[in-house]
Design a protein. Sequence first.
Lengths: 115, 115
Amino acid sequence: MAGAIADPVRRQILVLLKDGRLAAGEIAERFAISRPAVSRHLRVLRESGLVRAELVGRQRFYSLDPEPFTGLAAWLAQFVRPSGWEHHLDALETEVYRTRRERRSGAESREEHTA
Amino acid sequence: MAGAIADPVRRQILVLLKDGRLAAGEIAERFAISRPAVSRHLRVLRESGLVRAELVGRQRFYSLDPEPFTGLAAWLAQFVRPSGWEHHLDALETEVYRTRRERRSGAESREEHTA
DNA sequence: GGAAAGCGTAACCTATTAGTTACGCTTTTC
DNA sequence: GAAAAGCGTAACTAATAGGTTACGCTTTCC
C-alpha cells in the first residue's frame, strides 16, 4: 500500500480518479509514458486495493476504492498532531482497540520480538 | 517524502522515534540488518526532512520532525470519504486495531492483500 | 597518546522497478 | 467474418534500492 503511493505516476492516477471513473485508455493518454506502462501501474494500484476495475464491453473503467487509504491515514495520524479528522482518529483509536480486544477475549498473544 | 515511508524499515524507525529521540546505534540494534544499512535509511529519512539529527559527543541522536507528515496527510485527505461517521468507524476499526498490534509486535510484515 | 566506541561513507552485488516494444485476446463495427 | 478498437501480458533493458563488508573520521576513556 505505502509502496503503491510511492510512485508519482500512480499518485497522479489516483488524483485523476478522484473526479470519477476513467477507462484505462483515458488514463493512459494523460501521461507521456507508454500505455502498457500505465497498464502496469494500474495493476499495482489494483493489487494494493486502491483502485477497482469494472469491465464494460472492451473497456476497463477504473475507480477509486477509498477504503485502503484509511489505513495509511490512521498510521500517519500517529505523527500528525491535533487537527482535522485525523485527530478524531487518534482519539478513537484507544476506544476502538479496547472494544475489539474485549470482544475477542483471550486469543492470540503475540509477543514482542526484536528481529 | 512518499518514497521515504514506502520502506517498512523506515516506517518502523519512525514509529520508534515517536517515543523520543534515539541514538543511531540504539536504532540500529533493533533491526536484523547491518548498522550501515540502518545508517543509510536514516540518511533517507533525514534528506526527506522526516527526521533530524543532533550531534552529542560521538553520538547522533535522531528525532522526529512532524511537520512534513502534514503534507502527506493533507494529500491523503483527498481520498478519505468525508461523510458518514458510522462508515468511518466501521471501516476504521480493523485498520486501527491492526496498527495498534503492529506497534506492539514491532515487526510489521503485513500490508499486502493482493486482491 | 593509544585503544576503543560510535557513526557515516565507499565500493560492490543483487533484486526490484519502471520503462519499452511485440504480441494476443475480446468486443465492437461494418 | 474480417478489421479495428481497447487492454492486458510477456520479454527484455536500464536504473534504482537495499543489503553487505571494508574503511575512515571524531570523540571518549585509561
